[in-house]
Design a protein. Structure first.
Ligand SMILES: Cc1cc2nc3c(=O)[nH]c(=O)nc-3n(C[C@H](O)[C@H](O)[C@H](O)COP(=O)(O)OP(=O)(O)OC[C@H]3O[C@@H](n4cnc5c(N)ncnc54)[C@H](O)[C@@H]3O)c2cc1C
Ligand code: FES
Length: 501
């Protein structure tokens, strides 16, 4: 499953890893957070290295829907319910600063941006009240939103809240511009360099960053890895990994132009994307949705098929060009975790938990991290740091913890009571099964006619993996690590591949 954005040849090549080199700052992860952070540091005259385990944009940013909006579905009422008004205001102020920063940057670099209305709509009569609530909260934090009773779209809607003049873009074009600028200012970006550990030294000693290729040293290490790869601070336990699907289509006739997001179930996210140029310029339609906690869906392919059926129903003649998937991490209160890592001796920082609103939140996290380290924190960042956890957010966190416990028990019970691996039938094409060798779960799959057996146990904290048939991967239902059919780590808090069996 390759996204529309990643489906073109890349012209940048990785820099060299220099074993034992020392930097002011090492940024781990080359998504939007990592590259904006690296650019801010390089602009401040710091010697910076970015280490990326796969390639630039490989994980969430290269597979996003890339709407850059301050109206974010029902995010504002969620934050308001779990925190309080001042935090909701600080969240919007931080997102506004981020949106302005990114738009100004993209204009300076001639990266194409399309300005569109952002629309949160009710897809059911029950959703109307949710729309009205979002309107009230958005107004209370200064967003110039409007209510609209009807939309000019071919599917049923029951009221909508609209914020004019938001933006959308191709996220890979954004990453390419950022990477080129980081390099122009002397920064290095090394792809294929997975960080396996970071040790903060005693005061005034540099932190040590470990990879398979060797070690680097830095005054500060910034973990911009989606979910943090270090378990200190137990962030993996506070985050809910949610996977979601995007499909793109060539559509005959007119496509609605705005950026739409349903506030209720089934979730639907729509936007357009320019394709072709000159005489052949046209617009593609992107339709996303059908999200679920990572590793906990019985058939992920059924969710992709459902998106396609829905689109073909409402946009007759739509021809699927791409389908892809990605995950992001939800915090109990809807506000990202950004700042220093506990027990990191002030040398290790993290940013995570954007809840599918990373185009703004990645940039506000970068602005926060750099000001945390080098000074000049804006008021909104200070307010977000002093956020208190309210009972509603604690309840959400406890619910997530209970679900993780249940999936841990279910996975091991299923494997221990299930068939021995040598008694399993050969899985059908694009399918995977869990068996056991002794008491240890083993995952067996068939992809492109090749059978493969790998450990069925996640190397992070021992979750039993489940099969993802849309992406032919092994996914962990506990904290969201994912592995290819042959065991290579794709994403998540794990730092090791699966053992071959
Ligand atoms: C389906 C979907 C649609 C979305 N749509 C929108 C949208 O319309 N608007 C919006 O604002 N947001 C959207 N988001 C959210 C947004 O895409 C993400 O929040 C954002 O891209 C996260 O950026 P990031 O840099 O933090 O993470 P990533 O882009 O995931 O980057 C993290 C990088 O760290 C690397 N890494 C991980 N571990 C290591 C390691 N050990 N060593 C070295 N490197 C490592 C990874 O390979 C990866 O490249 C969407 C998310 C999803 C899932
Ligand atoms: S990701 Fe934590 S146990 Fe798998």
């Amino acid at each position: 499953m390759t996204s529309l954005w990643l489906d073109s040849p890349r012209d940048q090549v990785s820099d060299e890893f220099v074993d034992g080199a020392t930097y002011d700052d090492v940024v781990v992860g080359a998504g939007l957070t990592g590259l904006v952070t690296a650019l801010l540091l390089a602009r401040a005259g710091k010697k910076v290295a970015v280490l990326e385990s796969r390639f630039i944009g490989a994980v969430a940013t290269g597979n996003t829907s890339a709407k850059l909006s301050l109206l974010q579905g029902i995010q504002l009422q969620k934050i308001k319910r779990h925190t309080y008004q001042a935090i909701t205001q600080a969240y919007v102020d931080g997102n506004r600063a981020a949106q302005e920063w990114l738009l100004e940057y993209l204009e300076s670099r001639d990266v194409p941006v399309q300005f569109r209305d952002a629309i949160s709509y009710a897809g059911t009569p029950e959703g109307t009240e949710t729309v009205e609530r979002e309107f009230r909260v958005a107004r209370s934090v200064g967003l110039d939103v409007k209510l609209r009773a009807e939309l000019d779209v071919p599917f049923a809607t029951f009221g909508a809240v609209v914020l004019a003049n938001q933006a959308q873009f191709d996220p890979v074009q954004v990453l390419e511009a950022l990477a080129a600028d980081v390099r122009e200012l002397g920064g290095v970006i090394v792809e294929g360099a997975r960080v396996t550990g970071v040790t903060a030294g005693p005061r005034s000693q540099p932190a040590r960053v470990r990879t398979a290729a060797g070690e680097l040293f830095a005054k500060h290490v910034l973990l911009t890895t989606g979910t943090p790869i270090l378990d200190r601070g137990l962030y993996f336990a506070k985050l809910k990994p949610l996977r979601s699907y995007v499909t793109s289509y060539a559509v005959p006739g007119v496509i609605p132009e705005a950026m739409y997001l349903s506030v209720d179930s089934p979730s639907r996210s729509l936007r357009t994307a320019p394709s072709g140029d000159g005489k052949h310029a046209s617009e593609q339609l992107l339709v996303g949705g059908n999200g679920h906690p990572v590793g906990r869906a019985s058939s992920t392919q059924a969710r992709v098929d459902d998106l396609q059926e829905w689109t073909e129903r409402y946009f007759p003649g739509a021809r699927l060009t791409h389908s892809w998937s990605a995950q992001d991490y939800e915090t109990p209160h809807g506000v990202p975790f950004v700042g220093y890592l506990p027990r990191g001796r002030g040398a290790i920082y993290l940013a995570t938990g954007y809840d599918k609103w990373g185009m703004t939140n990645a940039v506000s996290a970068s602005l926060t991290l750099v000001s945390d380290i080098y000074g000049g924190s804006p008021d909104w960042a200070t307010a977000l740091h002093h956020r208190a956890t309210l009972p509603a957010a604690m309840g959400a966190g406890l619910g997530n913890g209970a679900a993780v416990g249940w999936w841990a028990a279910k996975g091991w019970a299923g494997a221990l009571l299930g068939p021995r691996v040598d008694a399993l039938p050969r899985p059908a094409e694009r399918q995977g099964l869990i068996g056991r060798a002794g008491i240890l779960p083993v995952g067996v799959s068939t992809v492109n006619s090749a059978s493969c057996a790998v450990s069925g146990v996640c190397p992070h904290l021992g979750g039993v993996l489940t099969w993802n048939d849309a992406e032919t991967s092994w996914d962990c239902p506990l904290h969201g690590s994912r592995f290819s059919a042959t065991g290579e780590l794709l994403e998540g808090p794990a730092t090791r591949d699966l053992a071959q069996k």
